[in-house]
Design a protein around this ligand. Structure first.
Ligand SMILES: [Zn+2]
Length: 250
């Protein structure tokens, strides 16, 4: 589908002329003015220093039709809110996935704290994975108490689909096995410090999810732990997004 250039891309996703990690790590006056990427949140930006990938829980929530093209968002069917019949709603989701602001598909996933059978959740997660792959976008995953199922299911995902576990709070052992399977990890305010420390920089994202605090606070906490500056982490996360989200191929 033809698309107009979303204004968010030059500042958030392109990260300079190159998508490579070295470029992402280079500090320049331009990069210093770039915002802190909030990979996943259910609210607008808390300040001008923050760029949020706003999550919409489809079909209950949807971006406004009037939303400017530069407003980045992710959209998907949350495992807590799976409708009985998807029907035409899926076509609508596909339409949103093709829109210029859509940066990621999800959150979708498997959660054993809901009544929906795991098989149904898994089937829908696979469908989201195929949609994300078709749009050259990453998949944002919500997973609760279903790590083995998720790892098994990922083997059936389209090849090379970037998958980000959002709100990861797990212990280092779980982090290691997910990283070995190629997942990226997005950390919120409640994270296991050891898991963050063992996560390779090119697999890290930071997010506030439901937390109202500005994401810069989380960058400061994480940078402190990692022994780097918040600015370096900011550049790293922007570079990571540039590598995994390629909506220009939509
Ligand atoms: Zn969320």
């Amino acid at each position: 589908m033809a698309r107009s250039k979303a204004s968010i891309w030059p500042s958030v996703v392109s990260c300079g002329a190159t998508r490579g990690e070295e470029a992402a790590m280079t500090q320049s006056p331009e990069s210093m003015s770039r915002p802190f990427l909030n990979f996943h949140a259910h609210r607008p930006a808390a300040s001008s220093a923050e760029t949020v990938i706003r999550n919409y829980v489809f079909p209950q929530e949807q971006p406004e039709e009037t939303t400017p093209a530069g407003h980045p968002f992710s959209i998907g069917i949350h495992p807590w809110h799976i409708p009985h019949g998807i029907g035409t709603a899926w076509e609508e989701l596909e339409r949103w996935a093709a829109s210029p602001g859509c940066i990621a598909i999800g959150e979708a996933g498997i959660d054993k704290n809901t009544d929906t059978p795991v098989s149904r959740q898994a089937e829908l997660l696979l469908r989201h994975a195929e949609l994300a792959s078709a749009r050259h976008l990453p998949l944002v995953i919500h997973c609760v108490k279903a790590w083995n199922e998720l790892i098994a299911l990922k083997k059936g995902f389209p090849h090379n689909l970037p998958c980000v576990i959002h709100g990861f709070r797990g212990k280092p052992q779980l982090a290691e096995s997910l990283l070995a399977q190629g997942f990226h990890l997005s950390f919120g305010f409640r994270f296991n410090p050891q898991s963050l420390l063992l996560c390779p920089p090119d697999r890290i994202f930071l997010e506030t999810d439901e937390d109202p605090r500005p994401v810069e606070e989380l960058y400061r906490t994480a940078a402190n732990l990692c022994g780097c500056t918040p600015e370096k982490l900011r550049t790293q996360c922007l570079g990571n997004l540039a590598r995994i989200a390629q909506p220009s191929k939509k």
